[in-house]
Design a protein around this ligand. Structure first.
Ligand code: TYD
Length: 203
């Protein structure tokens, strides 16, 4: 049986990953793929409730509380949506994934990449992104481009640069899984590079 591929778009605030993820999903459909789009945190009833605790609430969250809530929302999404989609042969295009937790909680919050990976593995089972598209942008440019600030997005430039460093490290550790694209390039160019990374072609 053929299973689909799980692709995720990652980057710091203002990298434009939501826009690029949606356009890449469209291009994949254009070449005949069945595509399911998901965003994190969220994408399930429980996950959207957890999202609002994480992003909209004014309660103080300890670093590990935050990491565990992201992992909980993700476990639900993997079981309810991602795994069934992959099993049915669809591609899954994620706007963020476990790699955001590795960079934001592991790097940004200083919890450690390996420790954050460990708390995510159990809930994900064998669901793990096959391909990670990292949209790179300078931390201060990203913050200028950011449209809506949430609890984590408002952490400031130093936090953003720790997150960016962690993403770069992850890309270096897993060069076969990552396609890294400069987000400051024109959108068409970014998209062509993304598709080359995903399919080995530009269209
Ligand atoms: P998102 O909804 O993608 O918003 P943005 O458009 O700002 O990227 O992500 C919400 C925030 O949650 C963003 O600041 C990144 C953060 N985040 C984490 O810290 N860890 C995670 O595991 C995920 C999925 C997101």
């Amino acid at each position: 049986m053929t299973t689909g591929r799980y692709v995720t778009f990652e980057g710091i605030e203002g990298a434009g990953k939501s826009t690029v993820a949606a356009l890449a999903a469209e291009r994949l459909r254009d070449v005949g793929m069945s595509v399911v789009e998901v965003r994190e945190p969220g994408g399930t009833t429980a996950g959207e409730q957890i999202r609002s605790v994480l992003l909209d609430g004014d309660a103080h969250l300890e670093g590990w509380t935050e990491a565990l809530l992201f992992a909980a929302a993700r476990a639900q999404l993997a079981a309810e949506v991602i795994k069934p989609a992959l099993m049915s042969g669809s591609w899954v295009v994620g706007d963020r994934s476990v790699y955001s937790s590795l960079a934001y909680q592991g790097g940004g919050r200083r919890l450690g990449i390996e420790a954050v990976e460990a708390i995510n593995r159990q809930g994900l089972g064998d669901v793990w992104p096959d391909h990670v598209v990292l949209l790179r942008i300078d931390a201060s440019t990203g913050l200028d481009r950011q449209d809506v600030e949430d609890r984590i997005g408002s952490e400031g430039a130093e936090f953003q640069s720790h997150v960016a460093e962690a993403f770069d490290l992850l890309a270096k550790l897993e060069p076969d899984r990552f396609t890294t694209v400069e987000a400051s390039l024109p959108l068409d160019h970014v998209l062509d590079e993304v598709m080359r990374g995903l399919l080995g072609v530009s269209r």
